[in-house]
Ligand binder design. Structure first.
Ligand code: GLY
Ligand code: MN
Ligand code: MN
Length: 469
C-alpha cells in the first residue's frame, strides 16, 4: 500500500520547506557549537545491537539528533553526520556490500543541503570521519561526538562525548518546529486518523484487541517497526493500564469499551492520538453504560476547554492544575465522588483517577526531549510534587507541538489507597465502572500566536472530507 494515497497529504519535499528547515537547523547547531567553543560535532546514527546470546536484535533506532537531518530510512547504522560552523554538513553514509540485507541508496536528493560520501566499509568510514573532524578542529578538544557510546565506537581520547552543554542547546531548540517538521506531523496525524477510524469500526464489528491493532496497522499503512510507539489497544478493564500492551486475541464475553492510543510516523516525526469508545448495543445498554457515556461526553468538553486555554507564555503546570479542577467537577457531577469539587481537588482525590500528566512535547520522539528544560543551558523545572508524571513544565511558546490528553480511569491499585469507609467515594458506582477501565482523549496541537492548530482534529476532518472511513 502506498503511503501517499491521500490528496490532503502535505507535500513536504518542496525546496521552500527543505531550504527553510536546513537553514534553521544548521543555524541552531552553528550557534550551539560556537557557544560551547566546539569546532565540529559528529552526530552518529548508532550501531545495531543483538539480544543476549543471539544473532538477532531489536529494530535499529537511529539517534534522533541525526533524524532531524535525514529521514529514518537513510539513518543507517554506523553512518554519521559532521557539522561545523559555516561549513556544508557532511553525511558519511555506510553502504556495505551485503547479501543478507538490502542497503538503501544514499539520499542523493538531499545533496543540495548535505555533502554525501558513501563508504562500503565501516573502517574506511571511521578513518574518514576522524580525519575530517580533525581538519575542522584547531584542537581535538573541539571535536564533539553525539550518540550512543559502545565498545565499537572509535572515540578518540580527547574528543568530547555527548557534552551536556551542546545537548541541552539542541534539545531546547528542538521544541520549536520548522514548517517542514509541521508538514511531516500533519501527515503523521492523517496516518493516525486513518488507523483510528478503522480501529473504531473493527471494535464496532466485534474485533478483539489484536484485531483492532491489525486493523489500525493496515489502515495507517504502517508495519510494527514503523509505528512511533507500540499501539496501546485496551478493551474493558484493561484500559485502566495507561500503557497496556497485551493485545488479547480473544474478546471478553461482553465488550464494554475500547481505549486506543496509537500514532503515525512520517519522516521520523510522530503523531500520538488516543480515542475511547463505548460499545453501544441498544439491547444491552444499561445504567452504567449511561454513566460512562456521560463521562465520555464530559471528557470531550473537558479536553476542548484545556485546548482552548493553550497560548504562548501560558504555564502548562497551571493547565495541569486546571485539568484536575475540571475533573473534580466531572467526578462530582457524575456522582462518582460525593463531596464538593473544591474538596475533591484540594484533597487530591482526582489524582487517584488520573495519575499521568496532561501532555508532553511531541516530535522526533513521542515524549520529545526538553519538556522540563527552561533554558538552552539546561536549567530544569521539575514537576510539582503531586504531579510527578508531568513531562512538560516549561513555558509554552509558538510552534511547539504538544499533546493534550486528559484521562479518567478506574485503577484498582490507586483506588485501594482509600478506605472503604471513605464516604467521599461512591464505591458502588466505582465498582460498576471498573469494567470500562478508563477514558483518555489525546490530540496534538501546534501553538500559534493565539490559540492552536489542532493537527489531530484537522486530520480526522481531512480524511472525512475525502470520503475515507
Ligand atoms: N502514547 C503515549 C502517550 O500518550 O504519552
Ligand atoms: Mn501522549
Ligand atoms: Mn498517547
Amino acid at each position: 500500500m502506498q503511503r501517499n494515497f491521500m490528496n490532503s497529504y502535505t507535500e513536504i519535499d518542496t525546496p521552500a520547506l527543505l531550504n527553510e528547515h536546513y537553514e534553521i537547523i544548521q543555524d541552531r547547531w552553528d550557534q550551539a557549537l560556537t557557544a560551547c567553543q566546539l569546532d565540529v560535532v559528529i552526530l552518529h546514527a548508532g550501531a545495531a545491537r543483538f539480544y543476549f546470546e543471539d544473532d538477532q536484535g531489536p529494530r535499529f533506532q537511529p539517534n534522533p539528533h541525526l533524524l532531524q537531518w535525514i529521514p529514518p530510512e537513510y539513518a543507517v547504522a554506523n553512518s554519521c553526520l559532521l557539522l561545523s560552523p559555516g561549513q556544508k554538513p557532511c553525511l558519511l553514509f555506510y553502504q556495505p556490500e551485503d547479501y543478507w540485507h538490502a542497503t538503501p541508496a544514499a539520499p542523493e536528493h538531499l545533496s543540495t543541503y548535505l555533502d554525501i560520501k558513501v563508504f562500503p566499509t565501516h573502517g574506511a568510514l571511521q578513518t574518514y570521519c576522524a580525519d575530517h573532524a580533525h581538519k575542522c578542529a584547531t584542537d581535538p578538544k573541539g571535536i564533539a561526538f553525539i550518540g550512543e557510546v559502545t565498545d565499537q565506537t572509535q572515540l578518540q581520547s580527547n574528543w568530547q562525548a555527548n557534552p551536556p552543554q551542546l545537548i541541552h542547546r539542541a534539545h531546547f531548540a528542538r521544541a520549536k518546529k520548522t514548517e517542514y517538521e509541521l508538514a511531516a506531523m500533519r501527515n503523521a496525524s492523517q496516518m493516525g486518523a486513518l488507523g483510528h477510524n478503522a480501529a473504531a469500526q473493527c471494535f464496532t464489528d466485534g474485533g478483539s484487541e489484536f484485531d483492532v491493532h491489525m486493523a489500525y496497522l493496515t489502515a495507517s499503512a504502517q508495519n510494527e517497526n514503523e509505528l512511533p510507539y507500540g499501539n496501546i489497544v485496551a478493551q474493558n478493564e484493561n484500559a485502566a493500564f495507561l500503557h497496556y500492551q497485551l493485545q488479547k486475541r480473544e474478546c471478553a464475553a461482553v465488550q464494554h469499551s475500547l481505549l486506543i492510543d496509537a500514532g503515525g510516523a512520517f519522516r521520523g516525526y510522530a503523531s500520538d492520538i488516543t480515542r475511547t469508545y463505548l460499545k453501544t448495543d441498544a439491547n444491552t445498554t444499561n445504567e452504567t453504560d449511561s454513566v460512562f457515556l456521560e463521562l465520555l461526553e464530559r471528557m470531550q468538553t473537558h479536553q476542548d476547554k484545556l485546548i482552548a486555554a493553550i497560548a504562548p507564555e501560558q504555564n502548562y503546570v497551571a493547565l495541569q492544575q486546571l485539568m484536575h479542577q475540571q475533573l473534580a467537577h466531572i467526578l462530582v457531577d457524575t456522582n462518582i465522588l460525593r463531596c464538593s469539587a473544591t474538596e475533591a481537588f484540594e484533597s487530591h482525590l482526582t489524582e487517584a483517577f488520573c495519575p499521568h500528566g496532561l501532555g508532553h512535547l511531541l516530535g522526533l520522539q513521542v515524549h520529545d526531549v526538553g519538556g522540563q528544560q527552561i533554558s538552552a543551558t539546561g536549567d530544569l523545572q521539575p514537576p510539582p510534587e503531586n504531579y510527578p508524571s508531568l513531562r512538560f513544565t516549561r513555558p509554552i511558546t509558538q510552534d511547539m507541538v504538544l499533546t493534550v490528553e486528559p484521562g479518567v480511569y478506574f485503577i484498582p491499585a490507586l483506588l485501594s489507597n482509600y478506605q472503604a469507609e471513605d464516604r467521599r467515594f461512591n464505591w458502588a458506582l466505582i465498582e460498576s465502572l471498573k469494567c470500562y477501565g478508563g477514558i483518555r482523549i489525546e490530540d496534538n496541537v501546534r501553538v500559534l500566536t493565539t490559540g492552536v492548530e489542532n493537527l489531530t482534529r484537522d486530520a480526522f476532518a481531512a480524511i472525512q472530507s475525502e470520503g475515507h472511513k
